[in-house]
Ligand binder design. Structure first.
Ligand SMILES: Cc1ncc(C[n+]2csc(CCOP(=O)(O)OP(=O)(O)O)c2C)c(N)n1
Length: 285
């Protein structure tokens, strides 16, 4: 597909994923809008273009592995898996309910989920193990791990960062959703870790810093990471927490916030307007 058309299509997918997340949160129930919305473009690129996934056989050995280390943002992963047909759309209405398939954090009962995640700091360790196993199996599959910036204060993560370099895991690509806000406030105020890019470089990783809402940048970074030999790659995504809904952007309250009826209607209207604008642009290509 011509690049411009692909970019437009993935932009529209990202907006659709945000709509699905908002629908899952609904009115009057708390849900992780902020850290889900900041990831929409990355999830669109990974799930709808870059990764090999198989909805009919989710455990296909040739699939790429995806781990959402910041598992509290599960809603954006559920949205992607649902749009790809891994489970019926009705499940989105039952999210976080007692007999629903989809719970607050990724769980192995959900088709397409590789591991239970959400206890922050652990996903990269899982990714290292999977990448090592795939290499032993001489598999061409790759491992993708998404971490948060608040999550960077977890010590286990840095142990995994060293192990990945020690084992020269060039089949591992990690993403850092640098949205600058964590659960209780600005990451810089809660637990400051300056110069993250330099820290990862010093640990021996290839580091690529990009605009995390620019589909073209994300596509290029994924390809660039595949070409790196002998070491893992970290893509730092400069993102806006809550992206796509004006009043929720850059607002710690929407880390795990609630939408009342009016706010929900406004949020959905903003997303629908973005969808319509993208549709109109698509016709001009
Ligand atoms: C080990 C652990 N400690 C605390 C929490 C509670 N918690 C859930 S989300 C969160 C903040 C995460 O911030 P960040 O990694 O920046 O995620 P994002 O802002 O992208 O949603 C915390 C502390 C947790 N899930 N796991």
């Amino acid at each position: 597909m011509e690049n411009q058309a692909l970019i437009k299509q993935l932009q529209a997918t990202a907006v659709q994923l945000r709509c699905d997340v908002l629908e899952m949160i609904g009115v009057g129930k708390a849900g992780h809008w902020g850290g889900s919305a900041s990831l929409a473009e990355t999830m669109a690129v990974l799930y709808f273009h870059a990764m090999r996934v198989d909805r009919k056989n989710p455990k296909n050995p040739e699939r790429d592995r995806f781990l959402l280390s910041k598992g509290h943002a599960a809603l954006i992963q559920y949205a992607a898996l649902c749009e790809l047909g891994f489970f019926p759309r009705e499940e989105l209405q039952k999210v976080k309910s007692l007999h629903g398939l989809l719970q607050g954090h990724p769980d192995l009962t959900v088709p397409g989920i590789e591991a239970v995640t959400g206890s922050l700091g652990q996903g990269l360790s899982l990714g290292v193990g999977m990448a090592l196993a795939l290499r032993l199996d001489k598999s061409a599959s790759r491992v993708y791990v998404v971490m948060g910036d608040g999550e960077q204060s977890e010590g286990q993560l840095w142990e995994a960062a060293m192990a990945a370099v020690n084992f020269k895991l060039d089949n591992l690509t990690a993403f850092l959703d640098w949205n600058k806000i964590q659960a209780t406030g600005r990451t810089a105020d809660v637990f400051a870790i300056p110069a993250l890019d330099q820290k990862w470089k010093a640990f021996g990783w290839e580091v690529i810093s990009i605009d995390g809402h620019d589909i073209g940048h994300i596509l290029a970074a994924v390809d660039q990471a595949k070409a790196v030999k002998g070491k893992p790659t970290l893509v730092i995504l400069d993102t806006v927490k809550g992206k796509g809904v004006s009043f929720a952007e850059n607002t710690p309250a929407y880390h795990n916030g609630t939408f009342d009826e009016a706010k929900y209607a406004q949020a959905m209207a903003e997303l629908e307007a973005q969808k319509a604008a993208l549709e109109a642009e698509k016709e001009m290509i």
